[in-house]
Design a protein around this ligand. Structure first.
Ligand code: NAD
Ligand code: TYD
Length: 347
């Protein structure tokens, strides 16, 4: 069996590829990745010479790149991890890349999958397509799509195209919608690796607004195991939610990281809020648990310790990413917020 993984040089895709190859079940993987700022071949260094693994540099937003990889390989399944994935970039840098990759790129993969008679297409989506919850309740698979920022709007658009390819053209499609992931190889623009990296360097930890926004956190390996289960056993045309059953305010996550690192809470710096910041996400994972017997292997307290340890022992990986272009991005995003942080130099 040969599978196409797109975006495999990113955080979740690289963890997924490593997990599948470790199963040694005869699968071969082709990784199609454009190597944007978030794609890093260092994430796959340990498996780069594995004969079951092939890397192809290419952009899913470009039909020619997609057609070329489908012409060279015969895929049994396609898993689309590739995306512009950061809400703050969609708000402060620009939406074009989000539309090109998340929407056009998804359609290009659906078209090629249909044309080449791929048996199964899996879309890696997100709980953010559901919008924001009030103080009560959980997202289920039937919660209406109400995306509130450009990132989640393009992911919701992609989900609709996936649904349409199944409904209109009979392509066998499945979709997963997961909550916030954390773990090794996450780019340090996202909350958990950013806070670990800043705390380690005794830099301010920029918490948006009142810090009481709630996210549900899941260890990346549990998400990847769920994706693989849906690929193999999920019902065609169905959506499966996954969450970590750990929905807590951001400030609690930040305090937890400081405590593990033995750093003072005085590093916490409240900054101007993200525009349109979704207040609360919480996921009902009962469908995938009931229908596919999915179970999480990790509880948050152990997984966060494991994650902090990974960042401490992979400081070279982190420093490579935090140099160069990242510095400009950080100054642009957090420099603007310095006023709200009472003159503290966040950048
Ligand atoms: P990431 O930003 O770490 O990685 C994205 C990868 O896609 C990178 O390797 C990048 O080079 C590649 N890519 C971007 N544009 C591309 C293009 N046009 N063509 C080919 N490759 C391209 O993202 P991630 O956190 O690993 O997320 C992976 C997927 O999971 C995304 O679809 C995201 O929406 C979804 N998701 C993420 C989370 C989370 O918490 N990180 C939660 C739920 C769902
Ligand atoms: P993030 O990791 O960007 O994921 P998402 O926006 O996809 O949920 O952010 C997680 C939460 O942390 C979100 O409520 C925004 C907040 N946050 C901060 O408070 N400070 C930061 O510097 C970042 C990056 C995020």
């Amino acid at each position: 069996m040969k599978i196409l993984v797109t975006g495999g040089a990113g955080f979740i895709g690289s963890n997924y590829i490593r997990q599948v190859l470790a199963m040694e079940d005869g699968r071969e993987i082709v990784n199609l990745d454009a190597l944007t700022y978030a794609g890093n071949l260092e994430n796959l260094k340990d498996i780069q010479d594995d004969s079951r693994y092939t890397f192809v540099k290419g952009d899913i937003g470009q039909r020619g790149d997609v057609e070329r990889v489908f012409a060279e390989h015969r895929f049994d399944a396609v898993l689309n991890f590739a995306a512009e994935s950061h809400v703050d970039r969609s708000l402060h840098v620009g939406v074009d890349a989000f539309i090109a990759t998340n929407i056009q790129g998804t359609q290009n993969l659906l078209d090629a999958s249909r044309e080449h008679e791929v048996k199964r297409y899996l879309q890696v989506s997100t709980d953010e397509v559901y919008g924001s919850l009030g103080d009560e309740g959980y997202f289920t698979e039937t919660t209406p799509l109400e995306p509130n920022n450009p990132y989640s709007a393009t992911k919701a658009g992609a989900d609709c195209l996936v649904r349409a390819a199944g409904h209109s053209h009979g392509l066998e499609v499945v979709t997963t919608r997961c909550s916030n992931n954390f773990g090794p190889f996450q780019f340090p623009e996202k909350l958990i690796p950013l806070m670990i990296a800043n705390a380690q360097e005794d830099k301010p930890l920029p918490v948006y607004g009142d810090g009481l926004h709630v996210r549900d956190w899941i260890f990346v390996e549990d998400h990847c195991a769920g994706i693989d289960l849906v690929l193999r056993e999920g019902k065609a045309d169905e959506v499966y939610n996954m969450g970590g059953n750990y929905d807590v305010p951001n400030i609690e996550i930040v305090r937890n990281i400081l405590q593990i690192l033995g750093k003072p809470e005085s590093l916490i710096t409240y900054v101007e809020d993200r525009p349109g910041h979704d207040r609360r996400y919480a996921i009902d994972s009962s469908k995938i648990q009931r229908e596919l017997s999915w179970e999480r292997a990790y509880a948050f307290p152990q997984a966060i310790e494991k994650t902090v340890e990974w960042y401490l022992s992979n400081d070279g990986w982190l420093q490579n990413l935090r140099s160069g272009d990242y510095q400009d991005y950080y100054r642009m995003l957090y420099g603007e917020r310095s006023d709200a942080a009472e003159g503290l130099d966040l950048a």
